[in-house]
Design a protein around this ligand. Structure first.
Ligand code: UFG
Length: 321
């Protein structure tokens, strides 16, 4: 396939672009580099550009004879989406619609979208299955859900084959420690805890210790970024024609913030100073996936089944500096 990967210089997009390339697909990355890194992608695969630039998109889609689009480019911090919703509606909704319209006008048949567990909001049942009610509790989840609705309508009306992958918490690095998670500013738990282990931060704040969970801290489902990347390859290669399908991508196991900190201490051999801070706005208490549909329908099988194996790869990458 000839695939355009928006946001492919970012963390999850980069892992997926490399995996698709390794499987023999032709990959072109489109990224404005506000969050992505040139070093994530070979120079000859990268086109620097913005989804606002319709003429540029038109040109690329035609010249490179693109037949599939994987759309990662987005703003993706839950906390920031609460304080800066305008940025999220612009980037995740309006810019995404620009892209979708170009896809329609050029009759590109396949689309895979980076959705999120944040579309569910506060779970009514755990683990979350794809048919759980969709009631996001932060603007980030709202924007992703709204774009899923657009995809469903475009599929129904125009015959687009679309897949929305609802990621839980992506984490980890490549086993050779060549590629890992590098956001600026970093807001995600595992990198921040490992920064504290390395002495790059004095402590880690725990956002909320009064949740209705066994140890009072939020529970999340951490999934290795390589397993997440593989889900995209499977989704694209086995995509049903002319409709939208959705899959959760998570390990199916929940770990609390305190458990993450403890695991990072065990693996790094360092003691991490914690500060019990107030809750962060927009955080549901528990998010754990059922990934049964992905396993059953696409044969997905995670290679990094537990938090320990995920943190080990992250630690090797962060330690390397
Ligand atoms: N947390 C802390 N201290 C920190 C950072 C995070 O206690 O310094 C807590 C958060 O409150 C949350 C948990 O650690 O309970 C995980 O937080 P992250 O910021 O690492 O990740 P989120 O769960 O907020 O969000 C991630 C992705 C989103 C995605 C979501 C789906 O960044 O894109 O998972 O579960 F929508």
């Amino acid at each position: 396939m000839r695939i355009l990967v928006t946001g492919g210089a970012g963390y999850i997009g980069g892992f997926t672009a490399r995996r698709l390339t390794a499987k023999g697909h032709t990959v072109l990355v489109y990224d404005n580099l506000t969050a992505g890194h040139r070093t994530n992608i070979p120079a000859d695969q990268l086109v620097v550009g913005d989804l606002k630039d319709i003429d540029h998109l038109d040109h690329l889609l035609v010249v490179h004879r693109i037949d599939s689009v994987l759309h990662f480019a987005a703003s993706a911090s839950v906390g920031e989406s609460v304080t800066h919703p305008a940025k999220y509606y612009q980037n995740n909704l309006l810019n995404s619609l620009n892209l979708l319209e170009r896809v329609r006008r050029h009759a590109i048949p396949r689309f895979v979208f980076s959705s999120t567990a944040a579309v569910y909001g506060t779970p009514e049942t755990i683990p979350l299955t794809e048919d759980h009610p969709l009631k996001p509790v932060n603007p980030y989840g709202q924007t992703k859900l709204a774009f899923e609705a657009m995809l469903a309508d475009y599929s129904a009306a125009y015959g687009l084959s679309a897949t929305a992958l609802r990621y839980f918490n992506a984490a980890g690095a490549s086993v050779d420690a060549a590629f890992g998670e590098a956001h600026d500013p970093e807001t995600h738990l595992i990198p921040l805890v490992l920064f504290a282990a390395l002495g790059k931060r004095p402590k880690i704040d725990i956002f909320g210790t009064d949740y209705e969970t066994p140890d009072g801290t939020c529970i999340r489902d951490y999934v290795h970024v390589e397993d997440l990347a593989e889900a995209h390859v499977l989704a694209l290669e086995q995509q049903p024609a002319g409709k939208l399908v959705t899959y959760n991508v998570g390990s199916g196991t929940g770990n609390s913030v305190r458990e993450v900190i403890r695991t990072c201490e065990e693996i790094s051999g360092k003691t991490i100073v914690v500060n019990e801070a107030p809750r962060r706005a927009g955080d549901p208490s528990v998010l754990v996936a059922s990934a049964d549909k992905l396993k059953r329908e696409l044969g997905w099988s995670p290679k990094f089944p537990d938090l320990r194996s995920i943190v080990e790869t992250a630690w090797d990458w962060h330690r390397k500096g």
